[in-house]
Design a protein around this ligand. Structure first.
Ligand code: DX5
Ligand code: ZN
Length: 223
């Protein structure tokens, strides 16, 4: 099954509650929440207090993508705020395993992300310890960028590894994904699709999500 995760980064920040309802009505599975600190990435978004304020207003799975330096310092805050999945970046952790353990200890789904410049080989040793791998398909920091085609091979490598090692692993992809290129990601083996601008900036998010789902179903993982 393919899960569609609209990224709140492209929402109208003056009306977050209404924007989340709009995504629920449009058929989203997850709500992707991009937390940026202006240090690990050159942009600042929102933190745990905003997520905590939104939590009572939605039943969507809160998929929190931490683009912050030393995320281990804030794991408890995001757990308390109501995250269901927490993703940390391999590049931002002094000790990635310690951060992943801190997430797992709280019985949340734990995930590890790599940016486009990071070789996929660095992610492989962690695959048996995580619930989800996030392969960034743009350089993290901003919505509305173009997908970097070279990242697709990483998705394929991770899916192949997961299959050959019998790992039940979700593969999330994030950045520049739209109805006209989603097939590249699902064919490569991704099953959780983040899309910000393509969904939020549309007047008809329901038809965007439906068309993404339809195309994804027509283009399953190709070995
Ligand atoms: C980028 C963020 C993405 C971003 C995706 O750093 O992690 O989640 O919002 O936005 P689009 O789909 O517009 O590329
Ligand atoms: Zn993201």
């Amino acid at each position: 099954m393919i899960y569609i995760a609209p990224s709140l980064l492209s929402a109208d920040f003056a009306h977050l509650e209404a924007e989340i309802k709009r995504m629920e009505n449009a058929g989203a599975n997850y709500l992707h929440l991009d937390v940026m600190d202006g240090l690990f990435v050159p942009n600042i978004t929102f933190g745990a207090p905003v997520i905590s304020a939104l939590r009572p207003h939605s039943k969507l799975i809160f998929d929190v993508h931490l683009m912050i330096q030393d995320p281990i310092r804030y794991i408890d805050d995001f757990v308390k705020a109501g995250a269901d999945i927490i993703t940390v970046h391999l590049e931002s952790c002094a000790d990635p395993r310690a951060a992943l353990n801190a997430i797992r200890e709280k019985e949340l789904r734990c995930a590890l992300a790599i940016s486009p410049a990071t070789p996929v080989e660095q992610l492989i040793p962690y695959l048996s310890e995580i619930d989800m791998a996030l392969i960034m398909t743009v350089v993290p920091g901003f919505g509305g960028q173009k997908l970097i085609p070279e990242t697709l091979e990483k998705v394929r490598t991770v899916r192949r590894y997961a299959e050959s090692h019998h790992l039940k692993l979700d593969i999330e992809v994030d950045g520049g994904i739209k109805p006209d290129n989603i097939h590249l990601l699902t064919e490569a083996g991704a099953n959780i699709i983040v899309a910000g601008s393509a969904i939020f900036c549309s007047k008809r998010p329901r038809s965007v999500i439906a068309s993404m789902r339809e195309t994804a179903a027509e283009h399953p993982y190709k070995k």
